[in-house]
Design a protein around this ligand. Structure first.
Ligand SMILES: CC(C)(COP(=O)(O)OP(=O)(O)OC[C@H]1O[C@@H](n2cnc3c(N)ncnc32)[C@H](O)[C@@H]1OP(=O)(O)O)[C@@H](O)C(=O)NCCC(=O)NCCS
Length: 170
C-alpha cells in the first residue's frame, strides 16, 4: 500500500519550470472547479500558476518534484509565514493520483522539515476538498481552524502536523 516504488522525489530546478506550472494548470480545474467554481480556478491559475510566480520559489529551493519513469507527475512547495513552515502546494497530475506520488512528496517534505529542525508543518485546504482532507488526516494533520474566505472566496481549513526528530530518520 505504502507508496509507489518507482517514485523519485527531488528538489526542482529551472529545467522543471514548465512541468511544475503545467501540474497546476492541469490539476486545478478538475480539483477546484466543482467545489469553488471557474472564477476561483481562473484567479488561482493567474495568481499562483505562472512562470513568474514559480521562478522565485524554485530559485529559493522551496519546490520539490516527483518523477515517475522520468516524467514529472507531482510537485510540492513550502515556505515561511508568521515564523511557521507551510506547505503551500501539493499537487499530483489527475491521471497519477492514488498511486503513492502525493505520499512520497509528503514524506519527503516531513523528512526535510525534521532535518531542518522544524517542529510543525502547517497547511490549508479548501473546505469541501474531501480527498485532500482525508489524505492530510492520514498523514497526521489535525484541523486547527476554519478560515472564512470573504469576498466570494471559498472557506478553508487550516491544519498542522507535529514534526519530531524521528521524522528525520523515518
Ligand atoms: C491530495 C493528493 C496530493 C494526494 O496525492 P496522491 O498521490 O493522490 O495520494 P497517494 O496515492 O500518495 O496516497 C498517499 C496515502 O494517503 C492515503 N490516501 C490517499 N487518499 C486518501 C483518502 N481519500 N482517504 C484516506 N487515505 C487516503 C493512501 O492510502 C496512501 O497511504 P500510504 O502512503 O500509507 O499508502 C492528490 O490526490 C492531488 O493532487 N489531489 C488534487 C489536488 C489537491 O487537492 N491537492 C491538495 C490541495 S490543498
Amino acid at each position: 500500500m505504502s507508496g509507489e516504488p518507482d517514485v523519485v522525489v527531488r528538489r526542482a530546478d529551472g529545467d522543471d519550470l514548465v512541468a511544475v506550472v503545467d501540474i497546476g494548470r492541469r490539476t486545478w480545474p478538475v480539483t477546484f472547479g466543482p467545489i469553488a467554481g471557474e472564477d476561483y480556478v481562473a484567479m488561482g491559475l493567474a495568481k499562483w500558476w505562472t512562470q513568474e510566480a514559480t521562478i522565485p520559489a524554485i530559485r529559493q529551493g522551496r519546490v520539490s518534484v516527483a518523477e515517475l519513469g522520468g516524467e514529472v507527475v507531482g510537485m510540492s512547495s513550502v515556505g515561511m509565514n508568521d515564523h511557521k513552515l507551510w506547505m503551500w502546494k501539493l499537487y499530483v497530475l489527475p491521471e497519477h493520483q492514488g498511486a503513492g506520488v502525493g505520499g512520497a512528496l509528503m514524506r519527503a517534505a516531513v523528512h526535510k522539515a525534521a532535518a531542518d529542525g522544524y517542529d510543525e508543518l502547517w497547511l490549508s485546504y479548501l473546505k469541501g476538498n474531501d480527498q485532500a482532507a482525508a489524505f492530510y488526516r492520514h498523514h497526521g494533520f489535525t484541523e486547527v481552524e476554519e478560515e472564512h474566505g470573504g469576498s466570494g472566496l471559498p472557506d478553508s481549513i487550516v491544519a498542522r502536523r507535529p514534526i519530531t526528530p524521528e521524522d528525520a530518520t523515518a
